[in-house]
Design a protein around this ligand. Structure first.
Ligand code: ATP
Length: 429
C-alpha cells in the first residue's frame, strides 16, 4: 500500500528533522527535500498530499535568499509556509506545533494516517522484489542494528538471492559473531558467508600504537577481505547497505554543511561497483529498531548499544595484543551483564571497558601481581556531541570490580572514568 506523503522543504530551518519526526509521530509519512526540486523530481514523488516550506536562519545560500522552486508552488497540493517570506516561525512547544500540523496535514491536505512499520515493510518488500527481479544481492552484515535489519528485510523479500558476508575481525564483543550465525543462518535460513579473519587483522595490527593508524588498518583490511569474498561470488549485481535517514541528513543539505561524511561500505575498488539497495534510508533509528522487531530479530540485536566501527580495537589502548584484547572483551561482557542485572541496560546510553597498555602492582592469592587495570566508562548523551557521567551505585561497582578482578586473567584493578565530554571524548581512542 502506498503511503500519503508530506514534503518538508528545507529553506534553511534548523528544525527540519524535528518537524519530520513530529509529523511521523502523527502517523503521516514525510520526507525532507531541497528547495530546488525540478518538475520531474516532484512528479516522481508519489502520493504527495501537502508541502511545508520550512524557512529559518540558514536561508541565505551563496549570498542569496533561497525560495522554493516553481515546481513546488505548482504541485497542486496545499502549501504551508513557516518562517518563510514573512510567515511566522514554528511555536516553541511541541504541543502547539502539533496543533498546526494536525490542522494542515489532516484537515487541509486530508492526508491519511497510514504511516506504520507494517505498511513500510510491505511496500519495501514489493519495491525490492521489483528492483532485484531474479538477480543476486550482497550485504556486509556486521550484526549491528542497521545491517541486521537490512538483512532481515531482504531475506523476507528475496530469500536465497541474498548473500550476507560477516567478517569476524577479532574486535567484536563477546558472543556477537556467534549470534550473527545463530540468528541469520540457523533461524532465518540466510545464505551467510562467515569469515574468520581474526589472525589476519591481528597480524596487521601487531605493534601499531597510533589510534588513527589502527583505525585506518582496520578499515582498509575490512575492504580487502570483503572485496576478496565479493569477487568469489558470481553474478552479483546489487549491494545492500544499512544507510539510515540520519546518515543522509548528517551528510549535509543545500543549506547546511556536512556534520560527518556518510560512511557504510565506502572505498570498494572502482571495478567492483554494484547498484545500491538502501531500503532503510528514510527511517530514523527508532523506526529501524521497530522494523527489526517486526521482522523477528531478537531484542538483544535490535537494542544493541552503539559500537565503534573499529570495535574493541580502540578500547585496547596502544598496540593491540591478544591477551589484552581478551581482557577488554571479557570485562566488557561482565560490565554489560551486571548493568543488565542492575536495571541499567537501556537506561544508560553507552557503557564499556577500556584496557590501557600499562601495568600496576597488586596482590592476588597472597602474591605480588603486576597486571593491567580495567577502566569502566558509562555515559549519557542526547547527540553524542556532549556527554555526562552515569552515577552508578557503589554496590554495582563493588560487584563489577569483584568479578573483573577475579574472572578476567591479567587484571588486578578496576577504575571508573569520571570525565564528561568535554573534556574527554566518549571513546578513549
Ligand atoms: N565485521 C563486519 N562484517 C561485515 N560487515 C561489516 C562489519 N563491520 C562493518 N560492516 C559493514 O560496514 C557497515 C558500516 O559499519 P559501521 O561499523 O560504521 O556500522 P553502522 O553504520 O553502525 O552499521 P551497523 O549498525 O550495521 O553496524 C555496516 O553496516 C556493515 O555493512
Amino acid at each position: 500500500m502506498k503511503q500519503d506523503r508530506i514534503l518538508i522543504i528545507d529553506l534553511g530551518s534548523t528544525m527540519n528533522t524535528n518537524i519530520a519526526r513530529e509529523i511521523r509521530a502523527l502517523g503521516v509519512y514525510t520526507e525532507i527535500h531541497p528547495h530546488d526540486l525540478t518538475n520531474e523530481e516532484v512528479k516522481n514523488l508519489q502520493n504527495v498530499k501537502g508541502i511545508i516550506l520550512n524557512g529559518g536562519v540558514n536561508r541565505i545560500v551563496d549570498g542569496v535568499e533561497i525560495d522554493a522552486s516553481d515546481a513546488l508552488y505548482n504541485a497542486g497540493v496545499p502549501v504551508l509556509s513557516v518562517d518563510h517570506k514573512g510567515a511566522k516561525p514554528w511555536p516553541k512547544t511541541v504541543e502547539e506545533r502539533q496543533d498546526i500540523m494536525k490542522k494542515f496535514i489532516l484537515e487541509e491536505c486530508k492526508a491519511e494516517k497510514n504511516w506504520n512499520i507494517d505498511n513500510f515493510i510491505q511496500e519495501q518488500v514489493q519495491l525490492i522484489q521489483e528492483q532485484v527481479g531474479d538477480k543476486k544481492v550482497l550485504l556486509a552484515l556486521s550484526g549491528g542494528v542497521d545491517s541486521s535489519v537490512v538483512a532481515a528485510l531482504l531475506i523476507r523479500a528475496i530469500g536465497s538471492q541474498l548473500t550476507c558476508v560477516h567478517v569476524n575481525h577479532g574486535l567484536l564483543r563477546k558472543g556477537e559473531p556467534e549470534e550473527v550465525v545463530q540468528v541469520f543462518r540457523e533461524e532465518m535460513g540466510a545464505n551467510l558467508v562467515y569469515i574468520d579473519a581474526v589472525d589476519r587483522f591481528l597480524e596487521k595490527l601487531a605493534g601499531v600504537e597510533d589510534p588513527e593508524e589502527k583505525r585506518k588498518i582496520i578499515g582498509n583490511e575490512f575492504i580487502y577481505v570483503f572485496d576478496e569474498e565479493a569477487r568469489k561470488l558470481q553474478g552479483v549485481d546489487f549491494l545492500a547497505q544499512g544507510t539510515i535517514y540520519p546518515d543522509i541528513i548528517e551528510s549535509g543539505t543545500k543549506t547546511v554543511k556536512a556534520v560527518k561524511s556518510h560512511h557504510n561500505v565506502g572505498g570498494l575498488p572502482e571495478d567492483l561497483q554494484f547498484e545500491l539497495i538502501e531500503p532503510l534510508k528514510m527511517l530514523f533509528k527508532d523506526e529501524v529498531r521497530e522494523c527489526g522487531l517486526a521482522l523477528g530479530l531478537p531484542e538483544s540485536m535490535v537494542y544493541r548499544q552503539p559500537f565503534p566501527g573499529p570495535g574493541l580495537g580502540v578500547r585496547c589502548l596502544g598496540a593491540i595484543t591478544r591477551d589484552r584484547l581478551e581482557a577488554v572483551r571479557e570485562s566488557d561482557a561482565i560490565l554489560r551483564d551486571e548493568f543488565k542485572k542492575a536495571g541499567l541496560e537501556g537506561k544508560v546510553w553507552q557503557y564499556f571497558t577500556v584496557v590501557p597498555d600499562f601495568k600496576s602492582v597488586g596482590v592476588k592469592n597472597h602474591n605480588r601481581s603486576f597486571e593491567w587495570p580495567v577502566i569502566l566508562r558509562a555515559v549519557n548523551t542526547v547527540d553524542a556531541m556532549t556527554a555526562t557521567i552515569e552515577r552508578v551505585p557503589y554496590e554495582v561497582f563493588d560487584i563489577i570490580t569483584e568479578r573483573i578482578t577475579h574472572e578476567v586473567p591479567g587484571v588486578n584493578r578496576v577504575l571508573y572514568d569520571l570525565t564528561p565530554k568535554p573534556t574527554g571524548t566518549i571513546e578513549w581512542e
